[in-house]
Design a protein around this ligand. Sequence first.
Ligand code: COA
Length: 334
Amino acid sequence: MTRAAVLSGLGGWLPPRVVTNDDLPAELDTSDHWIRSRTGIARRHFADPGSATSDLAVEAGARALASSGTPHADAVILATTTPDRICPATAPEVATRLGLADAAAFDLNAACTGFMCGLACAAGMIATGVTDRVLVIGAETYSSILDPLDRGTAPIFGDGAGAVVLRAGDPDEPGAIGHIDLGSDGSGAELVGVNGGGSRQRLSDGPEREGERYLTMAGREVFKHAVMRMTASCQTVLERAGRDVDDVDRLVAHQANIRIVHQLADQLRIDRGRVVTNIDRVGNTAAASVPLALLHGVADGAVRPGQQTLLTAFGAGFTWGSTLLTWPELVLRD
Ligand code: COA
């Protein structure tokens, strides 16, 4: 029988420091009203200096493993744009701190789509027998790359981590990862990203280039691409799965902006009542966004076993990805 990857654990973690819109620096010249009405964000969590992405990833990973009912996994995929350092990857340290001796472990950078790419990698590794249980973590510390004085990004992003465990199972089981759509368009590379610190623009070029270590974003342009690409990707997945939008019980999209999520739902003709959102409390947590939205959706009772759940994300690159699954019975662990 064909092996499928089946979602069997879910967990997440947010650093304790909460920053409300009113807590943002006055120099940003923004307001709680503007941020809420234009993005849907009321607050976000920021890790304190000294906390790294691995710290968040370990917390989320431990909870996902506990939720899966066993502390074991033979691979860790860490989706992140904000690793602890450029080299080595952060995932091996996370695996070791989780007690996963000898586990395969690597980082994956597809920005806000990273978690969806991680699911695809894990599903492929399980289907081909490379591994039996994979911990997929999306973890970010965007506060480390935000220009605190850029009102186009500073109010938008937040820190956090979400994780799932995928185990080998049956394609017909609830939680089985079936059809996945992934894509990219590198012509959008300049519209959102961090220019400095890589091989193209070296940070050692001078202190005047200090700002290049920050994330920049052409928000309005990125917005349009996000709606367009996630809509098309969701339609592709539904078509491949032989499903109609009316079959979708819950839409869990990357939480970039509530207006993006609502426009996506409208384009797909999915009632906004079927949209799961937590952007008000976490902001855009990039690779952690989809698993954290799932976690909060399950905890709130919005995502329930048996529901056809459509996951989709879009991020810098540009990159995008979607999948559809029947939501499984899961036990959450704190
Ligand atoms: N507070 C107050 N005013 C702000 C502001 C803020 N935080 N940010 C922008 N503005 C102003 C702009 O200066 C502009 O003023 P002007 O008309 O006088 O020039 C006006 O608001 C409109 O700016 P615009 O950039 O068009 O706003 P927007 O409605 O597109 O919202 C984002 C900006 C960033 C919230 C929005 O574009 C967005 O969410 N983009 C997509 C993000 C995304 O998809 N990310 C996923 C990949 S990481």
